[in-house]
Design a protein around this ligand. Structure first.
Ligand SMILES: Nc1ncnc2c1ncn2[C@@H]1O[C@H](COP(=O)(O)OP(=O)(O)OP(=O)(O)O)[C@@H](O)[C@H]1O
Ligand SMILES: [Mg+2]
Length: 222
């Protein structure tokens, strides 16, 4: 198996008046095709770690190699390419652009990548059908249920055919049934498409969908 992500000695200290040492040396290796759940108490540093692994935030010390790129030394062009083609992120809240409809939200990364609609439209509609939102594509985010919005966000992540999707509490704002549906979709995305998933979750039930669970406690992996 190919190694998709290797993080070594990750620390993170926030210095806002008082210093908060959130991560105290995290090592993590994720192989291509894994579905990893990151669990831990509120405030334990799950989101902080996820942002660092995805290259959205930088560690205080330590190294992350993601899809063959060392995030500390990667050029702007290579980083942009990683974001356009290989790495997607699904946030817990405010996932979607409010003034774009569902279709426009899903295809935004493709449009920004200057891809032609004639070349992606069919694929995106098929993806939306698979996720059960094909009849909601003309609707704006405020006209969609939480579960539908989350599925649009997952479709947008999948639209670029990424190697890996990072997800921060993708079911956090959903009720139990919709949360279960989203987890079933993610499991299928991982198993059928082979997309690597790295997901933060509060829910031990949802962590059970993953192939591996890691727990953060006191700034380290337990
Ligand atoms: N930008 C920041 N500046 C200062 N402190 C921060 C910052 N971001 C996070 N923290 C602190 O770091 C700690 C870890 O935050 P983080 O968001 O990673 O936790 P979490 O495990 O994701 O929690 P939750 O489950 O509640 O989302 C918290 O104590 C938080 O207050
Ligand atoms: Mg968090």
């Amino acid at each position: 198996m190919e190694i998709l992500l290797k993080a070594q000695g990750i620390t993170k200290t926030f210095d806002t008046g008082a210093k908060t040492e959130v991560l105290k040396g995290v090592d993590l290796t994720v192989e291509d095709g894994e579905f990893v759940a990151i669990v831990g108490e509120s405030g334990s540093g799950k989101s902080t770690l996820l942002y660092i692994l995805a290259g959205i935030d930088t560690p205080t010390s330590g190294e992350v190699v993601l899809a063959g790129q060392n995030l500390a030394t990667v050029s702007d062009d290579d980083m942009a390419s990683l974001r356009r083609h290989d790495v997607a992120f699904v946030y817990q809240y405010d996932n979607l652009v409010p003034h774009l409809n569902a279709y426009e939200n899903i295809t935004l990364p493709l449009v920004l990548d200057k891809q032609k609609e004639s070349e992606f439209k069919e694929r995106v509609v098929a993806l939306a059908t698979e996720l059960g939102i094909a009849d909601r594509l003309k609707n704006y985010p405020n006209e969609l249920s939480g579960g539908e919005q989350q599925r649009v966000a997952i479709a947008r992540a999948l639209a670029i055919n990424p190697k890996v999707i990072f997800l921060d509490e993708p079911t956090g704002s959903l009720d139990r049934e919709r949360g279960r549906q989203v987890m079933e979709i993610l499991k299928e995305v991982n198993e059928k498409r082979g997309v690597t998933l790295i997901m933060v979750t509060h829910s031990l039930t949802h962590a059970g969908y993953a192939s591996r669970r890691i727990e953060i406690e006191d700034g380290r992996i337990k």
